[in-house]
Ligand binder design. Sequence first.
Ligand SMILES: [Ca+2]
Ligand SMILES: [Ca+2]
Ligand SMILES: [Ca+2]
Length: 345
Amino acid sequence: MRGRLGRLTVVVAALLASTFAAACDTKPPPPVLTVNVADEEPDAGGQVPGDANPGDGVCEITVGAGDCSLRAAIDEANASSDPTNPTRIEVEPGTPGLPPAGLFAGIEVTGAMRIVYLGPQPPDILTEGVVFGGPVHIAPGAQLAIEGMTIRALDNQSTSSPGFLVDGSLLLVRSTVRSETSFPLVHVDAGGQAVVANSYVAGFSAEAVQNEGLVVLDHVTAISYLAPSILSTAPGARSILRSTAILAPGVGRVPPGLAPACAGEPVESLGYNAAWDGTCQGLTSIGDVPDLPGQVPPVDTIPLGTAGCGAPGDVDRLGTPRPVDSDGDGVAACDIGADEVPAPA
Ligand SMILES: [Ca+2]
Ligand SMILES: [Ca+2]
Ligand SMILES: [Ca+2]
């Protein structure tokens, strides 16, 4: 058991290192594209205006105007990014239409980029956030990181695809991402990988995460409403979980549903995971709660210094430093899932 956990820890450490590499390496700063206008609504053909001249290092829909939408920034990054130093796309709070009304149709990611929302997440995640009107496809070899964003994946076109279709690499950090479709929120193909950390992922009437490749969930809260399962793992795929909660709907404002937590192959646990109904095989490591009574994860179950709790930069979905003394017993410890429960008043 210790050897298997050791190897898993190395895998997760390597994947998470890529998450935070920008803060501690000696590379030159990445190119930065700043989004300053909202995306326009798709035309009748589902097309949204993009970058006027991809590859010139400038993000603008109109030559000389500097009007940089998120769509245009992605176009420019696709054409000019360096996979060893991904382009940073900054979305500032107050950008017209972002959030809540930013909307764009299907996106093809072929470069390497990190989209960062610089403001706080909107308070109402059920009605606010950036709207993706179609699938985001991450091509083989491409990298998409998303940090601090609230995203709704809507099925408002003739979409018949997951919110994120991952053949390359997807990284979600401190984000809130949910589907309003009958397709999985995140589908990882064989050869693709997704790392989700300190984030909330919700499927609607399909899986939150449908895994045929490699998936790492670290401090994630995953739910689906009415789905075959919340997390499915195909034969040959690997789902590695740490400090993650797979919950029945009915938590907070989410309406009740019946989605089983897991389907398919057993998950691989690095400890401190919780699932609501006992369907997640493999939750046998320290701190795992495979059949969660009451469907609400217990708080303060991850001791300081364990499983990354309290490590430098350890913050929850909303940016609150961990750990918090969530049960008021005088000892701060980390909670399972995306959010650190505030200290009792
Ligand atoms: Ca350009
Ligand atoms: Ca405590
Ligand atoms: Ca806590």
